[in-house]
Design a binder for this molecule. Structure first.
Ligand code: ZN
Length: 177
């Protein structure tokens, strides 16, 4: 089973460790869908692994051009979109990236006023990320995907194109609350 190391530094990638009995000594790391995937020998402890991962993370940071947006930047963008498409009337408790939603692009709990976005969106085109933010924000007022909901969402002009993009990368919302 994969496990996660919490707490992010510069690279901001969550870590997923995959242990293998076939692997004897070497540790290998790569970025997959915004996650730092580490292949490690089965017998190596977390404690031994930690400094190696830190080193590999630094090396990958130096190589990578893509900078995923932080939660703070996400919050800022949502405020702008709130102003532009909802006259600034929406309020939420929490809006953040999460890593445990693989094929799901986002979710909104209108009662708790919490919005979560798939971290994969951080490396997707801006118009797609904006669309998902607008979509989830709209759920604060309209819980279901009824005509009133879409009326709100379609104020965002690139809705159709963004929906096509998400379909093409096989991501959907799966209606929650
Ligand atoms: Zn929805």
């Amino acid at each position: 089973m994969a496990e996660e190391i919490k707490g992010t530094k510069k690279g901001d990638w969550p870590v997923e460790i995959r242990r293998s009995r076939k692997r004897r000594k070497t540790v290998n790391a790569q970025i997959k869908d915004g996650v730092l995937v580490v292949q490690a020998p089965a017998a190596m402890s977390d404690r031994d692994l930690e400094p190696i991962i830190a080193k590999l993370r630094k090396r990958l940071e130096a190589k990578l051009v893509v900078t995923p947006q932080t939660n703070a930047e996400l919050e800022k963008r949502a405020k702008q979109l709130n102003k532009k498409y909802f006259n600034g009337r929406l309020q939420w408790e929490e809006l953040k990236y999460v890593t445990n939603q693989n094929k799901r692009y986002g979710s909104c709990s209108p009662t708790q006023r919490k919005i979560r976005l798939n971290h994969r969106l951080a490396s997707m085109p801006e118009f797609v990320r904006d669309y998902v933010i607008v979509h989830e924000l709209a759920h604060l007022e309209q819980a279901n995907h009824g005509p009133k909901f879409w009326e709100l969402v379609y104020n965002y002009p690139l809705t159709e194109r963004a929906r096509g993009y998400l379909m093409a990368v096989d991501m959907e919302e799966i209606s929650g609350e």
